[in-house]
Design a protein around this ligand. Sequence first.
Ligand code: 5GP
Ligand code: ZN
Length: 140
Amino acid sequence: MAEEKCIFCLIASGDIPCAKVYEDEEVLAFLDLSPVRPGHTLVIPKAHYRDMLEAPVSLAPAVFSALRKVGAAVMKATGATGFNIMQNNGLSAGQTMFHIHWHIIPRVEGDGLGVWEQGKYPDAETMQNVAARVASYLEK
Ligand code: 5GP
Ligand code: ZN
């Protein structure tokens, strides 16, 4: 259902303009207003869902297909040699627009965009314990 004050719902309904690059029955893709790099595109479902925990799995084929098509087009249009797909869930993860969306960010070698610093588990047992704890919630 569209939410009255949701900017992405208003973009999906055409009430707020956007720089549209792709649309089908279920999804819309348009340029991010504040791009990390030119061509930075957002893919949204036209229906309102807050995040990955709320969006139905049935949305997956339309989103997956749009991400592939738009990702390839963004690469060609910008001369990128790769692209990142990013999707934030929750404030702590950097989500600022609470209508689910996927970022497509074009990349070239040496473009200076940051990569996340990765660490290590202190020992193999700790790693197994964390895996077991996550798995235990999947069994519930
Ligand atoms: P998030 O941080 O929630 O993953 O990403 C939200 C994105 O939406 C941001 O990159 C921001 O620049 C973009 N954005 C916010 N408001 C608008 C808008 O009105 N139009 C467009 N095209 N992008 C927006
Ligand atoms: Zn919405």
